[in-house]
Ligand binder design. Structure first.
Ligand SMILES: Cc1cc2nc3c(=O)[nH]c(=O)nc-3n(C[C@H](O)[C@H](O)[C@H](O)COP(=O)(O)OP(=O)(O)OC[C@H]3O[C@@H](n4cnc5c(N)ncnc54)[C@H](O)[C@@H]3O)c2cc1C
Length: 474
């Protein structure tokens, strides 16, 4: 009889007998994978190459009934449990080392109701899946900018992209979710049903159960959309940052943009003498008619003479995947973020100094413009905290050689510490390092909503079965 070991919620390892496993398999339609089985290695891998974890079991669910079976099995056996959506989270909580991983990645269906302007999206879908189906009808919901990012983790912790100033965060566009709770109940959470749970899943992460599908509100946009994408040398970095800041202070909600402090890419369109130098990427999408976008975004294109101007009217799905190649699967990543209400000479100088001191030229510092529709949602209307912050700075450490990990992680932390002292105290929980010091992180991410989240957690997950996340302790 096989007696593989599996990790439990109370930190032990217990034998998993062939008989117990057989009972689990019998009630399951998808795949249950153990180490050594074909497909196991691919299924356990996360997008961040920093994580090399081995769950004892991977439950690849084919539908809600499988999710219920896996949750019931984990709860009854007292197992350490994790949930994987798209597997993109830098913190790596989607895999429970030695435990049971519920893997949603076989559930990628997207159904659009064009007449009602809604989409029902299964929780293993990526943003590329959603954009492809919604754009068939000239519709969108605000999603992530990299097409391989999972909708689940992204939406549950907020979700900012190229449309959040026009239509809010991804979580603001939710109409309902189907969720399997720790008790194994299948609930629909919406404004009308289990409203406390619906409030909590809009920003509170994976703390309350396994979401099996999301129902989003859709909006008319595209297929052609105008977006600015301009690369400047960072030699006059302070001037460029100030001009960008000035632009954002009066830009309409239609514009959602960011400025990325990064490196001149080695592409033939840019002369080789500039390759590898510090650069500023000014990006912005206009959520409206192309001709208006061309006019409104023009100032971003003439801050000074650009190295390269890739601004264009193009299909929305193209804009949404244009940066995919810059974030390869399996590279090494460590990201941390903070929010600020305004830029200042001090913040600008720190960012520019840190840009030149980065140990890896692959690392960008991303400054996103917030506010607009996402900022007008009342702070207590959903669990997402820090609504009023105007900017998010994320320090996206990325490097290739594992020997450089310590140096790069230390640099991200140092850079973050320096900027956090000047911040409003907020963080964004989708860019949360390795989720170290999770209590402080959860409080900084949820702010005034934290205590109410604990109440909801106590109600739906009193034993903290769902703890591999930015954990709200019951
Ligand atoms: C290249 C790249 C680009 C990104 N771009 C953006 C961006 O533009 N804007 C932005 O806001 N964020 C962005 N992110 C961050 C992204 O939002 C988070 O990494 C998010 O967690 C990814 O979701 P996932 O489902 O792929 O992650 P996973 O790693 O699969 O899941 C993350 C966590 O979410 C929870 N979870 C996942 N699925 C479920 C479920 N079905 N039910 C309950 N809980 C679940 C679990 O706690 C899990 O640990 C980006 C990340 C990457 C790697």
């Amino acid at each position: 009889m096989s007696t593989a070991q599996i990790a439990t919620l109370d930190g032990r390892e217990v034998p998993l007998t062939a008989e117990t496993l057989e009972t689990f398999r019998e009630g399951f339609r998808g795949q249950i994978l153990e180490q050594g089985e074909p497909g196991y290695d691919d299924a356990r891998k996360l997008w961040n190459g920093m994580h090399d974890k081995y769950p004892a079991l991977i439950a690849r669910c084919s539908g809600t009934a499988d999710v219920v079976a896996a949750v019931n099995f984990a709860r009854d056996q007292g197992l350490l449990l994790s949930v994987r959506g798209g597997g993109h989270n830098v913190a790596g909580n989607a895999v429970a080392d030695g435990g049971l991983m519920i893997d949603m990645s076989l559930m990628r269906g997207v159904h659009v109701d064009a007449a009602r302007k809604t989409a029902r999206v299964q929780a293993g879908a990526r943003w590329g899946d959603v954009d492809r189906e919604t754009q068939l009808h000239g519709l969108v919901t605000p999603g992530g900018e990299i097409s391989t990012t999972g909708v689940a983790g992204y939406t549950l912790s907020g979700g900012m992209g190229l449309l959040h100033r026009k239509w809010g965060l991804a979580c603001d566009n939710l109409l309902s979710v189907e969720i399997v709770t720790a008790a194994g109940d299948v609930l629909t959470a919406s404004e009308g049903e289990h409203p406390d749970l619906f409030w909590a899943v809009r920003g509170g992460g994976g703390n309350f159960g396994v979401v099996t599908s999301f129902e989003y509100r859709l909006h008319q946009l595209g297929p052609e959309v105008f977006a600015a994408a301009v690369i400047y040398l960072a030699d006059n970095g302070e001037h460029i940052l100030n001009k960008w800041w000035e632009f954002t202070r009066s830009s309409p909600d239609e514009v959602t943009g960011q400025i990325i402090l990064w490196t001149v890419p080695e592409i033939p369109e840019i002369p080789a003498q500039y390759h590898g130098k510090p650069a500023m990427f000014v990006l912005g999408m206009y959520a409206g008619p192309v001709e208006d976008g061309v006019r409104v975004l023009q100032p971003l294109r003439e801050i000074e003479e650009p190295l390269l101007d890739l601004s264009e009217a193009a299909p929305y799905v193209m804009h949404q995947s244009g940066f995919d190649d810059f974030f390869p699967d399996g590279a090494l990543y460590y990201w941390k973020s903070l929010t600020v209400d305004a830029l200042s000479d001090q913040i600008n100088r720190i960012m520019l100094r840190q840009l030149s001191e980065r140990p890896s030229l692959e690392t960008p510092l991303v400054l996103r413009h917030l506010g607009g529709a996402m900022g007008r949602v009342p702070e207590d209307a959903t669990a997402y905290g820090n609504r009023s912050a105007q900017y998010n700075i994320s320090i996206d450490g990325r490097w290739s050689d594992p020997a450089d990990s310590e140096t790069n992680i230390a640099w991200v932390r140092k850079c973050w510490d320096e900027l956090y002292d000047l911040s409003g105290g907020g963080v964004y929980l989708n860019f949360a390092g390795f989720a170290e010091d999770v209590d402080s992180l959860a409080r900084a991410g949820h702010q005034k909503n934290y205590d109410r989240l604990r109440q909801v957690k106590r109600h739906y997950d009193p034993t903290n079965l769902f703890r591999m996340n930015i954990n709200i302790k019951p």
